[in-house]
Design a protein around this ligand. Structure first.
Ligand SMILES: NC(=O)c1ccc[n+]([C@@H]2O[C@H](COP(=O)([O-])OP(=O)(O)OC[C@H]3O[C@@H](n4cnc5c(N)ncnc54)[C@H](OP(=O)(O)O)[C@@H]3O)[C@@H](O)[C@H]2O)c1
Length: 243
């Protein structure tokens, strides 16, 4: 297992939710962090909350804008591991009411964003390093109705990683697929209904509660540290795929 002590890790989406949890867990293991997101305000708040005695730096960039993400990685320079948790709430309309512009925006945001991150990260990723992207439970337990688009896009990430793992070898590429996690994205998605959703899901989950970012962060740490794993999807969902 590769230790993360002293390693430079870039977390795209590291200013909030799951990415912030990954940044905190990597910091505890002695890594140096670069967190990337669109909002400078969120990044600075995350940097302050993480602490880390100068081991956390911030880069403002939108991963869907190629010029911005290219400049971001050029500025970051050589690094050991990439994690991307960046994403926004998916569309959820039943298929008969699908808005094509919203679907294109979501694909651009989630999938094209990840492709651009990989394209520009690979230029300075150290040989033998790793990339870990994020899919999610919606590919296995899609919301009904309205889950077809998010399920298709989330599901595509496993195949993205398998092909990229071959192309970028000996660097490694993996996916983490979380179940429901209590993050600001969930607040944005369901607002005040969140408590009710969480209570009902917690009662059904084998683990009996909803994850915090700290519960899923170890899956990303494992993907970075385990030097024999590539092209894989790690599910960390409290048993949500079983119910
Ligand atoms: N929360 C869950 O229950 C759950 C479950 C399964 C899968 N997921 C997936 O996990 C990922 C992270 O979710 P989360 O709950 O941690 O969300 P979150 O708390 O809203 O965090 C999203 C992060 O991504 C950044 N971001 C969004 N769009 C970006 C862009 N175009 N370029 C650069 N950074 C961008 C955000 O910062 P800025 O807004 O400042 O850019 C923020 O740091 C998402 O892809 C989501 O679909 C979440």
């Amino acid at each position: 297992m590769a230790q993360l002590m002293g390693r430079k890790i870039v977390v795209v989406g590291g200013s909030s939710g799951i990415g912030l949890g990954v940044a905190a867990a990597a910091l505890e293991r002695g890594a140096e962090l670069v967190i990337v997101g669109r909002s400078q305000e969120k990044l600075l708040r995350a940097q302050r909350d993480l602490g880390g005695n100068g081991r956390v730096s911030t880069v403002t960039a939108d991963m869907t804008r190629e010029g911005e993400i290219s400049a971001a990685f050029a500025g970051i320079g050589a690094f050991d591991h990439l994690v991307s948790t960046a994403g926004n709430p998916p569309p959820g309309d039943p298929i008969g009411e699908t808005n094509a512009d919203e679907v294109r925006r979501f694909i651009d945001d989630k999938l094209v964003g990840a492709v651009l991150v990989a394209k520009h990260a690979v230029r300075t990723l150290k040989r033998g390093g790793s990339m870990t992207f994020t899919s999610g439970i919606n590919k296995d337990r899609p919301p009904v109705p309205g889950g077809a688009v998010v399920s298709a896009i989330a599901g595509s990430f496993s195949y993205f990683a398998r092909a990229l793992a071959l192309e970028l070898a000996p660097s490694r590429v993996n996916i983490v697929s979380p179940g429901w996690v209590d993050t600001p994205m969930f607040d944005e998605l369901v607002g005040e209904a969140k408590a009710g959703y969480f209570e009902a899901m917690a009662a059904r989950l084998p683990i009996g509660r909803i994850a915090a970012p700290a519960d899923v962060a170890p899956a990303y740490i494992y993907a970075m540290e385990n030097e024999f794993m590539t092209g894989e999807t790690i599910h960390i969902d409290g048993g949500q795929r079983l119910i």
